[in-house]
Design a protein around this ligand. Sequence first.
Ligand code: EPZ
Length: 423
Amino acid sequence: MDIFVIQGGKRLSGTVRVSGAKNAVLPLMAASLLADGPVEIAGAPRLRDIATFGKVLGHMGAEVERIDAGGDGRETVRIDPRKVELAEAPYDLVKTMRASVLVLGPLAARHGKARISLPGGCAIGARPIDQHLKGLELLGARTTLAEGYVEVDAAQLKGATIYFDMKTVTGTENLMMAATLAKGTTLLKNAAREPEVCDLARALRAMGADIEGEGTDEIAVRGVPSLRGVRHEVIGDRIEASTLLLVGAITGGDVTVAGADPSAMDAVLTKIEESGARISVEGGEVRVRRDGPIRSVNFETSPYPGFPTDVQAQFMAYLCLGDGFGIVRETIFENRFMHVAELRRMGAKIDVSGSTAAVKGVPSLSGAPLMATDLRASASLVLAGLAAKGTTEVLRIYHLDRGYESLEDKLSSLGAQIARVKE
Ligand code: EPZ
């Protein structure tokens, strides 16, 4: 397994471009199952999760390939769903790819049935899918759980009003997709507002779907008889962009991040500014500079447009070098503080009580061998290693490779001393 070896303490500077958003590409890949023709997703990053999802679709009979259509080095994932016969996602694939749950809605709508392995929990929480199943049942599907699989039967989905008990990103995406081919109108209430949900709605509309209200709490979907293939350019990754901006802030450097929509990062940019770093937005690029102390700030995660849970671990690493106490509250997932034990090994002073962490800033962190546990916790350890004195080794970076494309290259281009070493 690969590890990252990082020599910390350098101020990083320069311009870096983010990749396409992983959490936009995955639902777009699932949406291809609704179409009568090929779907091309331009700007899809080379990530393990995307490769695995491609295997899930391939297992069903879809033709999945990467083509270098743009000629600008960015790649396109092309999915032809016309040979899909097996509406099933097996355990050995789903256990490493919980977003496979996103095939439920499209398969129920397009093929009238689906059978996927229940995506068990993961490191950060139980991750139930009760809202997905409740919504499908309201649309007229019958769902049964047996031997670790969920089976969905739906001769013809019918529009309904679905009220989500909580904001769920993939729940909203799954049911928005299912509703596109249902008979009649579906209202999704208390819908998730994430930019990735909006990107999916735009792609579905380009495929012929009749959707409005994405980005608000209520999405209306009027069913249509069929959807055509499409070529869709995916949005930039706002979580990767936030991570790279924090690289500039934590090292006291001057970093410009291109390729993500600045307005999709308001909550994070505001908190970075509150901490005393300077943020400027010029021509769709975001620049961060810090030459003074890091002022400790408090934040809590919440559904979009609130502070994203996927940036919580990274911002906590930043607060470890703050000038006072920073209080972090994680309200989305029940176990998303696994980076704390590793940060403590570097000298961080963090007290955790339930879903709240109190971070007492220290003058410096010291490099250490660290263990990555989940995707965003891994990014937090890399951030801390870049700012720490001495050498940091981050082990099990396969977690990182799930969501960050060639992170070491992007960081090296900013002047970081980081190397990927085969263990
Ligand atoms: C999406 O996960 C993202 N993944 C996650 O990113 C992200 O952390 C999360 O949204 C929150 O923003 C993808 O988009 C592929 P949820 P998702 O359903 O949809 C509870 C990353 O690092 N819930 O919005 O699975 C759930 O337990 C990943 O890229 C139910 O109880 O998250 C959680 O507490 C990690 N029942 C809360 O809702 C349900 O049926 C929000 O979960 C569904 C969700």
